[in-house]
Design a protein. Sequence first.
Length: 458
Amino acid sequence: MEIANDNVLWRRANELFGRPREQWTTVDEMIYELPDYFNNDVEKMEKMRFKAIKESLNHHYEKSRFYNQLCKEYNFTPDDVKEMKDLENVPLLPDTFFKEYPAENPKAVFEWLERISTVKLGNYDYKGNDLQGFLRWAEGRLEGLVNHSSGTTGHYSFMFRDKITFQRFYFAAIKTLLNIPDSLDDEPHYVYPGSPNTFLTIGKWLGEGAKVFSESKRHFLTDREISMSIARLMSTGHAKSFKEKLILRALKKAMIKGEEKMITLLEELDKKREQSVIITPPFQLYSIMLKMKERGIKLNLGESNSVVFTGGGWKIFENRKVPLSEFASMVEDTLGVPSKYYIDIYGMSEMNGLGVSCEGGYKHLHPWIHPMILDDNQGHMGYDEWGRFAFLDPIANSYPGYIITGDRVKLLEKCPVCGKPGPVLDSDITRMAGAEAKGCANLMRGLMAEEFKKAEKK
């Protein structure tokens, strides 16, 4: 396979997440061959996306007994999709579908997974009783990636990506990240203020993505394991026992200590003029920058071509939302990273694609994602209207990636600011009324709320 760039990181990305050319489908051609995901002929992308979705539909219709039955209930077959408008008839799954397992024990989750998955895990021979261990077992069987949501509502969402889905998704994500800096060092630093030792979505994703960086250049807030039970405790903030109260108290102390460690690290990287790739939920970086501002610390990370990525949404305590332009200015003023190298990412556990912000804050979607806007009755809406976000994702090989979300968005036919081709999402993305609070970035908001309030008063 052709290497996109003669650079250590590119070579590692290719070794870890590349797929043999003889196994490529249309979506693989988009992922591995397009030099830039966001500067392509719109008509060409529409044709490739349409073909990729058709291939995906055939795969799930033939391989997934569950999705085949669902299609029959809708009186739908992939052959019914003959032109772009026919994509509106593809049967969709609600994002809550991935938490509809019957019980939280390994055998029940396995049997549920067997029913809904397009790929098989083989015979069930897991000997343990805990879900955390089962996820490790399942990930080994899939040779891919397993992650779970925060469990805020009492139920986790489980996502099982097989090797094909895993490789496609990660190569696309790493390629997106590495294309942002004007120049790329062979061995830049990777900074994530969280723990990679978890199956929780954001930590799992960023922990796996870090593997293209040298081990000595990977920096995390903590390596403490965030188990499923701890994730749920963090997300709810409600300790039911004295032991859980002690755990929450320890987590708060660990966060504060970890942030001090991160500030020291950033100062050292700045002093050495080392290129850094910083990836974090925005509220986490906000907390760090407030402390830096209080102490009069200003860095010049932009001089080393460092870049900053945030993701996870902006609903800080009491639903206070920091405008993207204000946050970008704070990044530039505090970290010394120019606004053009601060990127906010829109994504979700169920989607194998990203929305990447431009200088205007609009989210440019990966070209294989087919976006749709639905009204309250799941009718399809047009451009420039607010509604519920849904999408068709042909990367997903182990599950049907045709999802209705709980996000309220507006889709524009083209970006009004940067001029890059293709549809974009307005930056003001919120949850639909009645939709559950979601996202791994919610986890630490409760823990950090008091710290935010203290810092903002100073």
